[in-house]
Design a binder for this molecule. Sequence first.
Ligand code: SF4
Ligand code: SF4
Ligand code: SF4
Length: 352
Amino acid sequence: MEDVYTRLAAHLDNLPAGFPPTESGVELRILKRLFTPEEADIAAGLVMMPEPPAAIAKRLGVDPGPLADALADMSRKGLVFRLRKNGETHYMAAQFVIGIWEYHVNDLDEDLIRDFNEYVPTLMKKTWERTETKQLRVVPVARSISAPMTVMDYDAVETLVRKQKKIVVAPCICRREHDMVGKGCGKPLETCLVFGGGAHFYEENGLGRSITRDEAADLLHKGVEAGLVLQAGNAQTPMNICMCCGDCCQILKNLNTLEAPADAVSTSYCAEADPDACTACEACVDQCQMAAIEVEETARVLAQRCIGCGLCVAVCEFDALRLVEKGPEERHVPPVHPFNTYMNMARERGLL
Ligand code: SF4
Ligand code: SF4
Ligand code: SF4
């Protein structure tokens, strides 16, 4: 009989974000650290649509009472996702990233961190790099947006935050796990903004704290001051905004290993330098998380490395940098809703 962890791994790999197998089996080690066999069996039976426990029990042919208790417990442990719908608690499958991994920000240990870091290269190569639709997209920092640029509301980070009814800020798991093994970068930790149903889940599970829109806007300013790249969920109505650093963020770290990170991100912008205004002070070089700027006599942006974050523009005191919009064929229009994002990813991975 197939091992329950192998079955759960295959199930997670069939979700849009994927959970690809490795030769070493490190992905199974990770699941064994997180799930008991009984929990793995239940998780392998959930789908990515919210269902009440009775419907899940009927589908799985099990007693609804104990299943409801087990699901409540598993959702508190961050193994499945929980939400309220029409006054009733529903459960659905959580993807491995963004999902199960992030829900463990408060109970990491060194073994789990080691296994996760062993697994990340496979995860990135076999999922992130292969799908045209990414889970996150780069949004330009507000101070990099200048008059001639037309920025859609979904690319205007403060507009995105101002539209939210419920915002929770959580610690960044990438910086926390690096910090726990002595590789921390010292940048702010409380930087993951979560909206809507995800925000309620985070708050109820003690993963983050509820904040106002003004507090969220203030955190965004502080993140930019600290040189953090803004990455939003890849939809016009994103469920989250991440503030990421090149040292710890597993996505940016992987992008940094590529010759042309610009080809592997969703962005509509690229920085451009004005040699007449540049004083070669190199402030932008330190700020860029992608090593996309070279300064000889003046600064030069390596377009194939630039992910359009705008951090360099914000830091240049001589107005020698600006963001420019890419041509219409290269511009990124995010899917309207996260549901569309995940449908696209599933299609691109050949799951539909
Ligand atoms: S580095 Fe970025 S992607 Fe990673 S948890 Fe932190 S904010 Fe999210
Ligand atoms: S920060 Fe501005 S002035 Fe300084 S090197 Fe970069 S582009 Fe030139
Ligand atoms: S050059 Fe670097 S800092 Fe500037 S927009 Fe591009 S990636 Fe961001």
